[in-house]
Write a protein that binds this ligand. Structure first.
Ligand code: SAM
Length: 287
């Protein structure tokens, strides 16, 4: 799987204290090799949040709405979406969703880290997929969205699409008190880790379905590093920022998303559904 990868090496340690995991280069997608960032972990607090620009710009709002409508149509008519739905409706994946739902009728959806839907096509495609999922499946409930980069105009567009924009930066630490689908496309590892940490209990983890970067790939990168014995270069806070991701691997069922065509590679590559099935608290002990 991993052809060549420079992972967590000192060269990848940037001056502002961020590490970069460079994903393996694969065949014809070489030009698109992607960077995932792991931010050096400070213990962040949950904080009230408002967009930095307080005013909605009506012109930008209608332009953005138009762009999203185009994106929705484009995805809806794509073979990528057909394949995605087939996968979601396969007995294997549907069983997982049913198990997460339990006796509830709906999975609430929480979208973290969508990015700027006004500035970039990738977040627009990702958002469109989430909106189409909700339109397609009656068992998907309300959508909440948070990303600190969202502007007031973007927030307004999200609200028009039926999403609620959160006013608190939860740092990804949302506890799933009800069955919840977390849609977190291409987020930083620390955000997934925060989510897992906040739900680190048998019942809570069983109520989570997560769409996000492949945990298998994270594990491969880290074990690659151990094998190379370059782990001594790793900052302990970096290891901490993936602790729960790695620990969850033993009870995670992961289903890879098929990007199908180059058009959807940037938005959905290395993404997977993750379902967590710890059977007892002993499985949650961290070593
Ligand atoms: C690597 S970018 C991915 C953006 C987009 N999904 C994409 O694929 O292009 C990670 C995103 O996570 C967002 N983010 C950072 N901290 C966050 C937090 N506490 N809650 C939600 N999103 C956060 C960043 O603002 C950024 O937009």
């Amino acid at each position: 799987m991993i052809a060549s990868a420079k992972v967590l090496t000192p060269e990848n340690h940037t001056q502002n204290g961020e590490w970069t995991i460079v994903l393996p280069r694969k065949g014809r997608h070489r030009r698109n090799s992607q960077k995932m960032k792991i931010t050096k972990g400070q213990q962040q607090e949950q904080q009230p949040w408002v967009p930095t620009d307080l005013e909605v710009d009506r012109k930008r709002q209608s332009k953005l709405m138009h762009k999203i409508q185009i994106c929705l149509k484009r995805i809806e008519n794509s073979s990528f979406f057909l394949t995605f739905l087939d996968q979601m409706e396969s007995p294997e994946v549907l069983d997982h969703f049913h198990r997460v739902l339990g006796s509830e009728l709906r999975l609430q959806m929480v979208i973290f880290g969508i990015g700027s839907i006004e500035s970039h096509e990738t977040p627009r495609l990702q958002l469109s997929l989430a909106v189409l999922m909700k339109r397609k499946f009656s068992w998907i409930g309300d959508i909440e969205v948070f990303d600190p980069v969202l502007s007031a105009t973007e927030s307004q567009v999200l609200e028009s699409l039926g999403c609620s924009v959160l006013s608190v930066n939860e740092q990804g630490r949302r506890q799933a008190k009800k069955p919840t689908l977390f849609f977190m496309p291409h987020c930083e590892a620390e955000l997934y880790n925060n989510l897992l940490q906040a739900n680190w209990g048998v019942e809570s983890l069983n109520r989570v379905a997560l769409f996000g970067n492949s945990f298998e790939t994270y594990e491969q990168h880290v074990s690659f590093k151990y094998y190379d014995q370059e782990v001594s270069f790793m900052d302990s806070s970096i290891v901490e920022s993936v602790t729960h991701i790695l620990a969850a691997r033993t009870f995670t069922d992961e289903v890879r998303i098929k990007t199908v065509s180059d058009d959807y590679f940037a938005a959905f590559h290395d993404s997977s559904w993750h379902f967590f099935r710890p059977a007892c608290e002993n499985e949650l002990l961290l070593h």
